[in-house]
Design a protein around this ligand. Structure first.
Ligand code: ADP
Ligand code: MG
Length: 260
């Protein structure tokens, strides 16, 4: 479904004296249709940058991005337009995800308007259908973001992404701002909608517990590079790279006795 080969991205950074900071280095990954790849690593290691490169929200300095068989590396904005609805980003700050001055209904309808999908009635029907799917009451649509909880905001954001029928979702720490109990519900919902629509996920997180629960395949990122990729169980039991060993060890210290 999605594949990258040798992605590089550097930023010019003020506080390193104008030198370029290599945020992402030689990142190659691939996710099969309907699959989930977990991308784990500490804050600042380049995870979000990889997600944005994948969706072409950022141009890569070097490397290739293949989406659904097409080499989209050099696609222009205009060429990307029809693909935008097929690849969506869900990110961690529920507060900034929705326009505070617009009703949830407006926010939910907006992407379909933008992409000229369906007519007005069908759009509203779609919104209502998706609200039910994400476990929200219909009458919530007349409220504003500040009138609902963080978990509800994240459900609305998921429903909004689904209005466009995406094939690929990049989930960038989608639950890191939520309470643990709400987090579990949102994760369950994400798994449910993935199965229902056969979507492909890149699941970005710094939380090994979450990643190994959610992702059969895991890529470990450290200082801009992917240092190890493998299936979750193998990675937990026999981490090959020193950094992965460190991650797994820290995980067992926090949760002694839990290996499965
Ligand atoms: N737009 C940007 N301009 C300058 N530096 C950036 C920009 N985006 C990210 N960086 C830097 O790139 C590195 C990787 O960031 P990021 O991909 O956000 O990491 P992560 O998501 O793993 O926390 C960090 O050092 C960050 O400061
Ligand atoms: Mg990030």
């Amino acid at each position: 479904m999605i594949q990258t080969v040798g992605l590089n991205k550097s930023f010019r950074s003020g506080w390193t004296g104008g030198r370029r900071l290599q945020a992402v280095e030689n990142v190659s990954l691939r996710i099969a249709k309907g699959g989930t790849l977990g991308l784990i690593g500490e804050s600042g290691c380049g995870k979000s940058t990889v997600g944005r490169l994948l969706l072409k929200l950022l141009p890569a300095d070097e490397g290739t991005v293949l989406f659904d068989g097409a080499d989209i590396t050099r696609y222009t904005m205009k060429q990307m337009r029809p693909l935008r609805q097929q690849m969506q980003l869900l990110f961690q700050h529920p507060d900034s995800a929705l326009n505070p001055r617009r009703t949830l209904l407006d926010s939910l309808l907006e992407p379909m308007k933008l992409h000229r999908l369906l007519d007005k009635e069908a759009r509203i029907a779609k919104v209502l259908e998706l609200l039910e799917l994400v476990g929200l009451q219909r009458d919530i649509v007349y409220r504003y973001p500040h009138q609902i909880s963080g978990g509800q905001v994240q459900r609305v954001v998921i429903a909004r992404a689904l209005t466009l029928g995406p094939k690929l979702l990049v989930l960038d720490e989608p639950t890191s701002m939520l309470d643990v109990s709400v987090q579990a519900q949102v994760i369950e919902l994400l798994q449910h909608v993935q199965r229902q629509f056969g979507m492909t996920y890149l699941f970005i997180s710094h939380d090994l517990e979450l990643v190994r629960h959610m992702c059969p395949q895991i890529a470990v990122m450290h200082k801009g590079r992917i240092v190890e990729t493998g299936n979750a169980q193998q990675l937990m039991e026999q981490p090959a790279h020193a950094y992965t060993q460190h991650l797994v060890q820290a995980f067992h210290v926090v949760r002694p006795g839990r290996t499965k």
